[in-house]
Each structure stands twice: as structure tokens, then as C-alpha cells.
Write a protein of this length. Structure first.
Length: 258
């Protein structure tokens, strides 16, 4: 084992490589993710202090009137403790992790990926990134379907910096809907934020009323044309309602504020 090879490995040349293979690439928040971390030893023996899986996403933050993207670590899992990886050795480490309930849905501009990192002493840490598709939970799908039945079309979905609203994370994922039929003359848009928990789903709805007459224009100019409504139901209750029952529930709620 030459000193030259050790030096090369310390800067990532001829060092270990890592590749994470997932059982599948589509999940919902709260589901288990299973896979295998495959490690290929490099040209020299190396000490691996730990292997971590990091669930990552990205949100938009505005500062000085400029928007930029911020990578955020949602949760971290340790797959392995310290071990010695021999030159050219191949190891496969199976794992099972659980996605947190607040994992963003990959709708619109909201990427989610699993980052695998080998912590190697005195060397560049090898890493691997795997994009994951995050589909809505049953309860979230019911609400989205209900809004579609009320004539709302999803215009934008984006994770935005909002530490006071985010709860467990410094951002919220906003789903912006526009009315196309029933509420077209009454609303400009409807914004929905999901707060999923293990046994219930809370939603925050921002109702943006369309300006009507001088009073409406003044209210819009003073940001008084928006109403925030927050409510939650147990997951079983959302399932019992289904899209039809949820659409009636949402329709009645909206009509109270227009």
C-alpha cells in the first residue's frame, strides 16, 4: 500500500465509492423506504467512521429582494457504525427507514432526494444522491380531489421559507389553486398548506377573495381580502368523507368567507 495511493485516496482519487439502491422510487409520507447501500473499496484500505442517509429537500428563501434555493436536511439516519473497508472490498448494507410525515410532496418545484454519505477519516467523503418521488397520502389525495371537483386547478406548488408556520421545519409547502368554475367570480386563488401527523391531517387554507366594487379594491390594497382558516380531522374521518364529502365540507367553509 503505497504512500502515493493513500494521498490520492485522501483527495477522492482511487477512494471508496458508494451507490444506494432503493426498492422502489415512489413513496408517500410516513411510509417505509427499504434499500441497500453498496460500497466498493478503492485502491487502499480505508477506515469508515459511519454511513449516513440524509433525506433532503429544497425550499425558496428571499433576501434583499432576491430569491435563492436552500437545501434542507429533513432527517438523518445512521446505517452503519465504524468499520475498516479493505482495498477493492465490496459490501452491501440493507436498511429500512421511515419517511417523516412532513416530507414534501414532489409536486411542482419540490425535489426530495436521499443522500448517502460515507464518513471517512482524513479523506473526501464519498456520497450518492437518489431522487425520490413523494406522492400524496390518502388523506391529502382526498383533499386535492375534492378541490378539483369544486373546479379548482393547481397552479403552483412550492416550498417557501416560513419558520413561524413550518412547525418541524423552517418552510411550508404551499399549494396554490385557482378557481375555474363555481368560485371563479368570488375568489382570486386558494392556498392550501398540509400539516400531516401520524393519525390526523391538519390543513391551513388561505382564501383570497376577488375585489368587487370600491370596498373590495380598498380591501385588496390593504391586504384585507384574505382569510386564513385552519382545521383538522382524524385520518379515518377524511377517509370516511371521501372526495365528495370533503368537497361539501370545503365548499361550505369557503362560502362562509366570501
Amino acid at each position: 500500500m503505497s504512500l502515493f495511493n493513500r494521498i490520492l485516496a485522501s483527495v477522492g482519487i482511487g477512494s471508496a465509492k458508494v451507490d444506494t439502491l432503493l426498492e422502489r422510487n415512489r413513496y408517500a409520507p410516513g411510509e417505509q423506504v427499504s434499500g441497500v447501500v453498496k460500497i466498493q473499496g478503492g485502491q487502499v484500505q480505508q477506515q469508515v467512521d459511519a454511513i449516513h442517509l440524509k433525506l433532503m429537500t429544497q425550499y425558496t428563501k428571499e433576501s434583499n429582494d432576491t430569491k435563492h434555493q436552500v437545501n434542507h436536511e429533513l432527517v438523518r439516519f445512521q446505517v452503519s457504525s465504524a468499520f475498516t473497508l479493505q482495498a477493492n472490498e465490496v459490501r452491501e448494507l440493507p436498511f429500512t427507514i421511515v419517511l417523516p410525515p412532513h416530507t414534501p410532496l414532489t409536486i411542482g418545484r419540490a425535489p426530495v432526494w436521499l443522500k448517502t454519505e460515507l464518513d471517512i477519516a482524513n479523506a473526501v467523503d464519498p456520497s450518492d444522491n437518489d431522487l425520490i418521488e413523494i406522492a400524496p397520502k390518502v388523506e391529502q389525495s382526498i383533499i386535492i380531489d375534492a378541490l378539483n371537483r369544486l373546479g379548482f386547478r393547481l397552479r403552483k406548488a412550492e416550498c417557501e421559507y416560513a419558520p413561524r408556520l413550518g412547525g418541524a421545519v423552517p418552510f411550508v409547502q404551499e399549494f396554490e389553486f385557482v378557481p375555474t368554475t363555481y368560485f371563479k367570480g368570488d375568489l382570486d386563488e386558494l392556498e392550501v398548506i398540509f400539516y400531516p401527523k401520524e393519525h390526523e391531517l391538519e390543513i391551513l387554507v388561505q382564501i383570497d377573495r376577488r375585489a368587487k366594487g370600491l370596498g373590495g379594491w380598498l380591501a385588496e390594497a390593504m391586504d384585507m381580502d384574505e382569510t386564513f382558516v385552519r382545521f383538522n380531522l382524524p385520518n379515518d374521518e377524511w377517509k370516511r368523507l371521501g372526495p365528495d364529502g370533503a368537497s361539501n365540507h370545503l365548499s361550505n367553509m369557503i362560502r362562509r368567507y366570501i
